[in-house]
Each structure stands twice: as C-alpha cells, then as structure tokens.
Design a protein around this ligand. Structure first.
Ligand code: MV4
Length: 587
C-alpha cells in the first residue's frame, strides 16, 4: 500500500481525497497557495507545504514546486483530483520518472482520449459509435452541404481538437453552411491553435449520460452505472443523478459494456468516465474523461463503492476488490453543485468573498462534500465550487424531495450561491418528469424570478448597503421565519471587516442591469480588470460595455449605467478591484 499521498489540488476535491487517505491509514500532504494558507484542505492534512503565489499557474500548476514538495515530504504518490494536473501527461511522466506514483491512468490512455479525433477512432475500433458523421477533416463548406443533404438537417460542425462546445456550430440548412464553417474554423483556431473541423448529425434534444468505469493493473475492468448530467448551463453541470431517469436496463447494460470496451481499447487503468449523448433510445460516444469527476459521489451513493479509496488501492497495485457481478446498484442519488455565484435573474454572476456562515444540511441520506467552512474566503482566483450536496433515496421521487429539503436547510451567508437556481430546477415539472435535455436549462427553464441570495442584493437608492437576515420569531406561540433587511454594519459578526472599511456601494450597482444610473460605474464583484474599452472624453450609450472584469476564471462585461461622456477612468488592466468599487465615471 502507498504510504504517503500528496494531494495536488485544493477545495472540496482535496478534502475528499484526504478523507479517503485517512480511512485507509495513508498519510496526507497538502500544498497551498498564499491565499489558501488557512484553507480547509490545509487544516485537514497531516502535513502542508506552501507553494506561494496567488493564481493556479503560480501555485498548484507549478510542476517544479510540486516536485520539490514531493522530495521534502517523502510522498510516494500524487493524487491530482480533477482539473489542474489530472490530465497532464508531462506532469504524470515527470513524477513517475522519480519513482512517484500518479494516482490516475497511464499517460498513453490520457493521450489517446485527449482529442476528439483519436478518441473517436479508438471508440470506433472498439465497436462503439459516435454520432453518425465523417471522421475526415472538412475541406470546404460544400462537404457540409453534401452531408446535410444526404443525412438530413440539422448538422453540427465541430472542432477536431477542441472541447467543451467551443468551435461547435449548428447548421440548419444549406445556406447557413458557408458562414458556419468559417466561424467554426476561426473559433477553433483561436481556442485550440488548430482549425480542423468535421461534421456530424446534430441531435436536437439529447441527454448527457456518462458511464463510470474502473480498471486495475491486472486486466480487470468494470462499469458502475451511469450518471445523467443533462441539467447544465453553458457546459457547467448543475445537477447530476444516478440512475438516469427513464433509462431502460438493457440500454444501461449495453452502455456499460460499450464503456468497458472503450476503456480496454486504450489500456485504461484507474477510474474513468465515458460520455455519451442519448436520444430516442440510442446512445452515441462523445468522449472519455480520464480522471475522477466532480460528480463521482452519485455513483458512490448508489453502488456503495468508495471510488477514491479504490483509486488508491489500484495505484498501489491491488486488484479490484469486486467483479462486475458483485456490483449492486440501489436506489437513486442526486448531486447539486453549490457554487459561489449569484443566480439572480439567471445571470450567475461570480460571488467570491468571505463566508460569514456555512451550515451544511444534515439528516438521513444527506452528504456534504465541501471545500469551505464558516469563516473561510472564496477567492476570485480559483473555481467557485463551494461544495456538493448529495442525497440518496430509495427512488427518484424520494431523492428529489430529500434534496429540496436539504437545500432549504442549508445556511450560507456572506456570499451568494446557486442554491435558489438548484431549487428552481428540482421543483420544475419537466425535471421531475425527466423531460429535460442538455438544452433545457438555457432554452426552457425560466430563472428570471430567481432572486439574489442573502447579501448579494443591491442596496436601494443611496442608502447604506443592506443585507438580508433571516430571523425566527414567535407569534402567539407559533414559529415564523422572517427576512429583515438591515444595514450591514448593524449585523457585523466577529471576524468580518467593519462596514466602514468596505467599499461603499454606489447607486445603480449591478453591471448596468438597473435603469438611469448615477454615472459612477461600479463592479458587482471582486476581480481583476482585464480590458478597458473606453477612454476619457468618449461618448457612451447606456448598457455599452466599458470594461471587462475577470472573476473566477470568467470574463464579465461591465456596462455603462447611463448614456453620457466618460470623464474619468479609475483603473487600468491588471488592477484588482473589490465589489462596489467605482471604475469609470460617466457625466
Ligand atoms: C453534440 C450535441 C448534439 N449533437 N453533438 C457540446 C460539448 C461537446 N463535448 C459536445 N457537445 C454537444 N455535441 C451532436 N452531434 C450537443 C452537445 C451539447 C452538449 C453535450 C453534452 C453536455 C452538454 C451539452 C450542451 C450543449 C450541447
């Protein structure tokens, strides 16, 4: 068995891996950036080493620094979590060369599955088909027309070396083909440095269903059920569940066997996920994710298998402790991702900041995989996943009710979270009936009525910033919960900066969403200015983008809150700004 594992990650996944190591009796080594010196994963690990730096590139993605900590700590393995180094073959090879185990698949498997063309070829060779299409690179728009006429419209043009939906264009008729081909190529070139594209049938209402597989280094490979991740927005998953709703057992069996064939075809070892699109009773290979995924807990809850412990045993050279016939999938599990984002009006604005209070839900069938606790700070420099709430229930209906109960029980104050949007999804009849697809959240779900979570609400008029407090009152012996809007300073809690030291929120804050502003353009959240699009003396329209703010890896357009002339630009590209800071004045 491995003796000491370095966790080259942060947040909830680092915490998840540390917990598994503890239970196995394996020592843990955390690493941390300057901003994470007091983070939960650092508090939980037996040893922790500073990497310095703020951004991921300066810290968690610095190979030399991590190699140095491996040496100083005597760790004999690295768990990369997801993101960061999890699919980085240079890193995997660099540590393996030093005799340190990479807890993940062999680099050759990561490479085969690393781009769409070679992964699709590997799947096809294993007898697993993608969406019908051409594997040849498109030479011109006429080939798109030819394919559409022969196979029917719409068709999708995809970047061969891309991912995450970038470079994908839907073409509904022959006359759209020329423009779509050009824009797909230019987006692919910009995003991935290569402009090769191919065409396939476009599925108009598919579900995203992925199959968990796990393989050991002795030739054993099994599938552990599917996850439906169709409830997503802009390629960010919001809710995941297992089993997939209305998913016949024969299809599950066939998909599981297909996923195992794909894994075996690329010499896969350790935990992996094979993604499929599912529509009209057919499934089509999409790609393989060669890492542990965010949503792995739903598989754990229905199978009873600790995937992270299994990963560590496999990396130690042990054979799988179970065979395909030992896997018994029971009941229904749902996970929701709780992000530090304000879903008000469906906008999902990043909401980094200090967590004044975080009380996870508890109770039967309820699991919280968190990366933060009360008093921690969510930094704009990292991904904004605060934690994941996972429930198990005997069936889907019970699991949905349990999740709604748990979401309403959670208390998070100081930052806005996606909880109100998660509730809206789980309450919706389409979701309850399993009628949703990958397009449902963006095309059908109406989040315009979703309101800001506590402390994310803009101040009214010129008054002091106010925050919402939920207070329990007793009236004639009956308990009621009421919300009170009170000035921020009046509710300051220990450990929080006094209100006077915080930037005063100007009227009309909120990125231009409000009408007739004061002309003092404020940023709605903490972040870094990346671009200024106007200069002093320039005339601007209300709603025009005046600068771009990067927060939590997302670019946000900051817009003029009224028409007029720019009289002052208070920031430059690279400047850090806080929520409520005035960046540009319009007169
Ligand atoms: C598709 C598709 C429909 N038809 N391909 C988007 C990201 C990339 N990994 C594959 N994607 C899609 N490919 C065909 N032929 C719809 C999507 C798609 C999607 C897929 C999985 C999860 C979420 C999605 C959201 C939008 C579009």
């Amino acid at each position: 068995m491995l003796n000491k594992v370095l966790i080259a990650n942060r947040g909830e996944i680092a915490v998840r891996v540390i917990r598994a190591c503890r239970e196995l009796g394996v020592a843990t080594v955390a690493v941390y950036s300057d901003l994470d010196r007091d983070a939960l994963h650092v508090r939980l690990a037996e040893e922790a080493y500073a990497l310095g730096g703020q951004t991921a590139a300066e810290s968690y993605l610095n190979t030399d620094l991590i190699l140095d900590v491996i040496e100083r700590s005597g760790a004999d393995a690295v768990h990369p979590g997801y993101g960061f180094f999890s699919e980085n073959t240079d890193f995997a090879r660099a540590i393996t060369a030093k005799g340190v185990v990479f807890i993940g698949p062999p680099p050759e498997a990561i490479e085969v599955m690393g781009d769409k063309v070679s992964s699709r070829k590997a799947a096809e060779a294993a007898g697993v088909e993608g969406v019908p299409g051409t594997t040849q690179f498109l030479q011109g728009a006429d080939k798109v027309v030819e394919f559409g006429e022969a196979n029917g419209w719409p068709v999708a043009i995809k970047a061969a070396f891309g991912g995450g939906g970038r470079g994908m264009r839907v073409v509904r008729s022959a006359d759209e083909a020329g423009d779509a081909f050009e824009s797909a190529r230019s987006e692919a070139l910009k995003g991935f440095g290569r402009d090769e594209c191919y065409v396939e049938r476009y599925l108009t209402w598919p579900r995203h269903v992925e199959m968990q597989v796990i393989a050991d280094s002795h030739g054993n490979c099994v599938w552990i059920g599917e996850r439906d991740c169709s409830a997503q927005r802009r390629h960010q998953k919001l809710v995941e569940e297992s089993p997939a709703p209305a998913f016949p057992d024969e299809i599950r069996q066939a998909m599981g066997e297909a996923a195992v064939r794909v894994a075996k075809a690329c010499g896969y070892v350790n935990a992996g996920t094979v993604e499929f699109l599912f529509q009209d009773g057919e499934f089509y290979f999409l790609e393989m994710n060669t890492r542990l995924q965010v949503e792995h807990p739903v598989t754990e809850m229905v199978s009873g298998i600790d995937l992270v412990a299994e990963q560590i045993r496999i990396a130690s050279g042990d054979p799988l402790s179970f065979g395909q016939d030992d896997i018994d999938l029971r009941g229904h599990a749902i996970e929701v991702r709780i992000n530090a984002e304000d879903p008000a009006g469906g906008r999902f604005l990043p909401s980094p900041g200090h967590i004044d209070l975080l009380t996870p839900a508890q109770g039967f069938g309820t699991r919280w995989d968190g990366g933060y606790e009360t008093g921690d700070d969510v930094s704009q420099f990292y991904d904004n996943l605060v934690g994941k709430l996972i429930v198990w229930g005997a069936d889907r209906d019970i699991a949905i009710r349990r999740m709604l109960r748990a979401l309403r029980e959670m208390r998070v104050e100081g930052i806005a979270t996606t909880i109100p949007a998660d509730i809206a999804i789980l309450e919706h009849a389409d979701f309850r009936e399993g009628k949703h697809s990958t397009r449902w959240v963006e095309d059908t779900l109406d989040l315009s009525e979703v309101s800001a979570a506590p402390s994310a609400a803009p101040a009214d008029d010129d008054s002091e910033p106010k925050v919402r407090r939920d207070v329990d009152v007793e009236v004639n012996g009956k308990r009621f919960s009421v919300s009170v809007w009170v000035p921020e300073f009046a509710t300051s809690v220990a450990g929080r900066a006094p209100a006077a030291a915080r930037p005063r929120r100007a009227a009309g804050a909120g990125g231009g969403a409000t009408a007739a502003g004061s002309g003092a353009v404020v940023v709605p959240m903490q972040g870094t200015i990346v671009k200024i699009l106007v200069e002093v003396g320039q005339a601007v329209e209300a709603g025009q983008t005046v600068c771009v703010l990067e927060a939590m890896k997302m670019e946000n357009n900051i817009t003029a809150d009224k028409a007029g002339t720019v009289s002052d630009v208070k920031v430059s590209p690279g400047d850090s700004v806080g929520s409520g800071d005035v960046v540009i004045i319009i007169e």
